[in-house]
Write a protein that binds this ligand. Structure first.
Ligand SMILES: C[C@@]1(CC(=O)O)c2cc3[nH]c(cc4nc(cc5[nH]c(cc(n2)[C@H]1CCC(=O)O)[C@@](C)(CC(=O)O)[C@@H]5CCC(=O)O)C(CC(=O)O)=C4CCC(=O)O)c(CCC(=O)O)c3CC(=O)O
Ligand SMILES: NC(=O)C1=CN([C@@H]2O[C@H](COP(=O)(O)OP(=O)(O)OC[C@H]3O[C@@H](n4cnc5c(N)ncnc54)[C@H](O)[C@@H]3O)[C@@H](O)[C@H]2O)C=CC1
Length: 208
């Protein structure tokens, strides 16, 4: 079976447990920062960056080897030690309701972490299902050029313009046309998209 189901998880207030404190654990923790999740790292040793994050209170670090109580209350679990047997034991110790990813066993994992870019409200995730994380990274780098920083502001514009269209344009065909118009290259590249939008909205309202 090679068809995964992509979703964007809201992790606010949820507990994420990362077992291991090496380079991989650090990358997973970095990806979780900013999601509002409660991050706990379990590992006798960690990288300097993880120590720094623990020192500033952004994550909790339990300076110990893994034991199964460490999974209590966890929603997401990352088995990221360099010991294959420990990683498999973590998966066994987890309940069916907990989602576990095993750093060295894509096939045995409940989920994979995709390569990801964020432009404000726009999220683009790329996964190769474990076939080639390197290809996922390369595709991400291409997308970073294609979807530059300007998209953040553009997405905010689309968000509020769409709310106005939904409220003010009742005719279904015109509504669809307007939503398509603002999501076009012309609007993306426009120097004054707000004014152009208001003009378009006015004209649409005046159409009989
Ligand atoms: C299955 C998965 C599980 C998971 O961790 O969720 C997994 C598994 C493994 N990765 C390995 C190696 C590397 N992974 C990276 C980098 C990334 N790995 C990520 C995700 C995933 N990696 C999941 C699948 C995602 C997918 O396929 O789409 C990314 C996308 C996201 C992230 O980690 O945040 C992030 C790029 C972020 C970015 O830059 O955008 C690099 C460095 C690089 O490429 O620069 C290397 C070294 C080069 C190489 O080996 O390719 C190994 C072999 C370990 C060994 O040598 O033993 C395994 C285990 C195995 O394959 O058995
Ligand atoms: N999923 C991915 O993206 C990648 C996965 N890997 C795999 O991920 C694993 C970890 O890789 P690195 O972070 O580079 O290793 P690392 O050697 O830098 O770190 C391993 C960490 O695990 C900790 N650890 C060992 N035994 C433990 C235990 N019983 N309980 C808690 N912590 C324990 C160590 O203290 C250390 O902090 C390896 O199995 C590697 O094959 C490697 C590269 C990418």
């Amino acid at each position: 079976m090679n068809s995964n189901y992509p979703i964007m998880l809201k992790l606010e207030g949820k507990k994420a447990v990362i077992v291991g404190g090496g380079k991989v654990a650090e990358r997973k923790v970095t990806g979780l920062l900013g999601t509002g999740s409660r991050i706990t790292v379990i590992s006798p040793h960690t990288t300097d960056e993880l120590k720094r994050l623990a020192g500033s209170g952004r994550i909790e670090w339990l300076e110990k080897s893994f034991s199964k109580e460490d999974l209590d209350g966890a929603f997401l679990i990352f088995a990221a030690t360099n010991d294959n047997e420990v990683n498999q034991y973590i998966k066994m110790a987890a309940s069916d309701q907990q989602l576990v990813t095993i750093a060295d066993d894509p096939e045995g994992s409940d989920f994979h972490v995709p390569s990801h870019i964020q432009r404000g409200r726009l999220s683009i995730a790329v996964s190769t299902g474990g076939a080639s994380p390197t290809l996922a990274r390369k595709i991400r780098e291409q997308l970073e050029n294609q979807f530059d920083e300007g998209f953040e502001e553009y997405l905010e514009f689309l968000f509020s313009a769409r709310q106005r269209v939904l409220k003010e344009v009742k005719n279904a065909t015109r509504k669809r046309k307007m939503l398509s118009a603002i999501a076009s290259r012309e609007f993306l590249n426009s120097q004054d998209r707000e004014a152009e939008f208001l003009r378009l909205l006015q004209n649409t309202r005046n159409d009989v």
